[in-house]
Structure formats: C-alpha cells, structure tokens
Design a protein around this ligand. Structure first.
Ligand code: ADE
Length: 407
C-alpha cells in the first residue's frame, strides 16, 4: 500500500476481523518511523521527564479516565506533598483524597494509598521490577503493570489502553470491538515484534501519543499521521468505521443540592451516596438515580433539620456517560428543630462518625437512616482543605463566588 492511495482507489466494505490478523505483522520500519515522529512531536509532559518509578506510577493512575490537561493541574502538587511511597503510606488517606480533588474517580486515590503501604511493607519502599510482582500489588491491573514495567524498567510489555487499541485496530483494519479478548490477543501479536526491536517505554509512549493526538476516535487526523501508508483501515477507507460504535445513551441525572450557611460555616456531608462519592465531602444532595421524592423528604429522612429555600443557581457536571444537572437551593433551618450542631472542623472527627456533638457537649442527633454518613459545619478555609467533590467546588464557585480548587 502506498502513501499515494486516495479515496478513489480504496475498496469500501471489506470485512476485516480479528481472525484475518492471525500471524499478521506491521511493516519492518513501522517502529522506526513511529519513534522518529514521537521524538520530534511528542508532548513534553512531566512524567516523561522523570525516571522515578513512583512518579511514573502516580501519573499512570491519574491518567486513567482523566484528561492530560486535568492531570497536569494536580500532578506536581500531589508529588510535592507526597514525593515517595513512604510519605504517602505514612500520610492520612483523607489528605491523599484531598490532593486528588478534581481528578474524579476517587477510588483510585484510596487504592494508591493502599498500594503505597504494600510497597513499603513488602518491598522496602521500592516498586518491584518484574511484571508478576507488579501485578500482585493492590490496585495494579494489567495495563498499569505493563505501563510501569516498560516505562520504568524497560521490560518488553505492551501497555494497551483504549487509545492504543483503537490505533492498532485501524493499522490492521480490525472492525471488531477492541475490548474483545480475541482482538486484544491479536493486537499484542501484531505489535510484539516491533516492541521487541525498540525501547519498550518509548514505543508504548509513541503509540499512546499517536492514539491520543492523531488517531482520534471519530475524526482521525490522518494528515498528521506518521504512518498513513501502513494503515490498512486508511487504505481501505474504513478508518472512521473503526472502532465500531456502540454508543451508550447518555444518562441524564438530576440532582438537587442544599447550601446551608450559619455564622460563616457551611453544612457539608460525606457518605450520603455510598458507591458514588463515598470518600468526598459534598453538599446535602438528592440524586435522582438513588432517591425518590422531594428534597425536603430526603432531608427529613436523613434527619437534617433544614428545608429547601429559593433556587440559587444551577450547574452542569458529568463524567463519560452521565450528564448531571444540579439545582442548588438555599437551605433554611426548620423553625421547630432543636439546636443542631455537628462537628466544626475536619480535624477532630473520627472517620465514619455519623453525628458530632451539640454545642453543650451532649451527643448529637442519633444516627438514623443516615448511619455511616458524616456531617459537619465548616468555614470556607476548612472546606478548601477537605477531600471535596468536584460538584461541590463548582457549586461554591457558582453560588457563593469562592474558588475552592486547590492550586
Ligand atoms: N495516558 C496514559 N499514560 C500516558 C502517558 N504516559 N502519557 C500521556 N498520556 C497517557
């Protein structure tokens, strides 16, 4: 296939599947050309400038499901606060979560903390340098293990993420779902010879760069591609049919949140949506996926003595397949409720506490339906130091006018 192939010379509609790939390989100079392009055009990213396995592992975990631009905002600061496994393992998991604020998918932060503990306890604070020991660590899956093994230790492991799978499928004109294990097996087979002939870390990064910046999901930028003549999908004119679209409908979610202020403190909660935002502090929120009825009924079920006041604003937020519209209301204290006071700052509350204490030192309200939920009154300064859900950051910016993003 030559670079001069044009639309007219392409045959459309030929079905290539993983089966037809068996034994296939990429042209011998594929890797050389890809790497030359990467060295010239690859982005200068902080995790590409270091050889520190810890720093590289942190970047790989942050980059899972999160855009490079967002990670760039958080990465340096996270490493300043937690420069190595020992510091992270010795630190408080809440502080780790707080530094993760804004990156989403907070389970990764908790899992990184557990991983740091395992590395310190089992490996003296250094990542093991073989793939099986890496795989045995908590929170490390096949992709992360291969990425770390190749980027940190030069092991010939192919790290296939979604971007790389898409690029390889196009190179080989595989029209099947790249997630299928038979397809993954063939992609490995396809790239393995090239991987063995080049520095594995650079080869993986070059493929990542190609997938992230050129071989884009819907509109591949073939004009910027270093290997268009080696791409079977392009030569067949089927590049936009790969990967096959199986578009999940976007799920519309409605939330209603309450912002309650008293004497310069705001009422914040954590654990009200187990499995959704378990670790992060947020506003009392009715989530249409989890609860029925009105916001006032929800507040009543949680034993929070407030009611919905006027609408203060609306924010949109969302991840991958969810579009969330959150209406933010002012919260008013229920006139007939007794003095309701919970803990005043994050430092003095035990993890998992449900209710703090009243101002006179007597125990707070009993844990009712909200058992497992923490709640408290916090100043803006205290909120800025909490592990805070991105939606709460947005809500405060919109209706209170304060910027709680960590810088
Ligand atoms: N996504 C996953 N790993 C990456 C890396 N090392 N550089 C850029 N994007 C990535």
């Amino acid at each position: 296939m030559s670079r001069s192939d044009d639309q007219g010379s392409r045959s459309r509609g030929s079905e290539h599947d993983a089966g037809s790939l068996a034994g296939a390989s990429l042209p011998p100079d594929f890797g050389d050309r890809l790497l030359a392009w990467y060295r010239e055009n690859g982005r200068d990213l902080p995790w590409r400038r270091t050889h520190d396995p810890y720093a590289i592992l942190v970047s790989e975990l942050m980059l899972q499901q999160t855009r490079v631009e967002t990670v760039l905002d958080r990465y340096g600061r996270f490493l300043e606060r937690f420069p190595d496994f020992e510091t992270l393992a010795a630190g408080d998991v809440d502080e780790g979560l707080a530094e993760w604020s804004g990156l989403g998918y907070y389970r990764r932060a908790r899992s990184l903390h557990a991983l740091a503990r395992a590395v310190v306890e089992q490996h003296g604070g250094n990542l093991p340098e073989d793939i099986d020991s890496l795989r045995a660590l908590p929170g490390i899956g096949p992709y992360t293990a291969a990425a770390v093994a190749s980027l940190c230790f030069g092991l010939p492991e192919l790290a296939i993420d979604g971007n790389i799978a898409r690029a390889l499928c196009r190179l080989a004109a595989v029209e099947e779902d790249p997630k299928k294990s038979s397809v993954q097996r063939h992609l490995r087979e396809l790239a393995s010879e090239q991987l063995a002939a080049h520095p594995a870390g650079d080869f993986n990064q070059a493929l990542m760069e190609l997938g992230a910046r050129v071989c884009l999901p819907r509109s591949p930028r073939c004009k910027d591609c270093p290997v268009p003549d080696m791409c079977a999908a392009r030569c067949l004119g089927i590049e936009t049919r790969i990967p096959p679209t199986r578009r999940q409908p976007i799920l519309e979610v409605r939330e209603e949140a309450l912002i309650v202020e008293r004497d310069g403190r705001y009422f914040m909660v954590r654990g009200q949506r187990p499995g959704v935002l378990q670790d992060m502090w947020e506003l009392p929120t009715l989530d249409s996926r989890l609860e029925h009825g009105s916001l006032n009924e929800y507040l009543c079920r949680q034993d929070w003595p407030f009611e919905r006041g006027e609408l203060l604003g609306e924010i949109q937020h969302g991840i991958t397949d969810r579009r969330i519209t959150c209406f933010i209301y002012r919260g008013r204290a229920l006139a007939e409720s007794p003095e309701f006071t919970v803990r005043e700052s994050s430092e003095d509350a035990p993890q998992g506490s449900t209710r703090g204490t009243n101002r006179d030192g007597t125990p707070g309200e009993p844990a009712g339906p909200g058992a497992g939920i923490e709640a408290g009154w916090f100043t803006v300064g205290e909120i800025a130091a909490l592990p805070l859900a991105a939606s709460a950051q947005k809500a405060f910016a919109r209706v209170v006018g304060v910027d709680l993003t960590r810088r």
